[in-house]
Design a protein around this ligand. Structure first.
Ligand SMILES: [Zn+2]
Length: 64
């Protein structure tokens, strides 16, 4: 396994900023829903957009 592949699997410990308003997400997160509990991520306290653990905005899926 290459280092690149390994880093993809690592937990993201970098500071994450909201992709929408650049608000810094708290390092210690409290999951708001099952999705965040399972996959990580935040809901921005400032603009209320959702993002995954890498700070990528999540577009809500209709089909569950
Ligand atoms: Zn935001």
């Amino acid at each position: 396994m290459s280092n690149t592949e390994r880093s993809k699997m690592a937990v993201n410990l970098d500071k994450v900023f909201c992709s929408n308003c650049d608000e810094k997400m708290p390092a210690l997160r409290i999951p708001e829903n099952i999705q965040q509990l399972m996959w990580g991520g935040w809901t921005c306290p400032k603009c209320d957009c959702k993002m995954d653990k890498f700070g990528k905005e999540i577009v809500e899926q209709i089909n569950i």
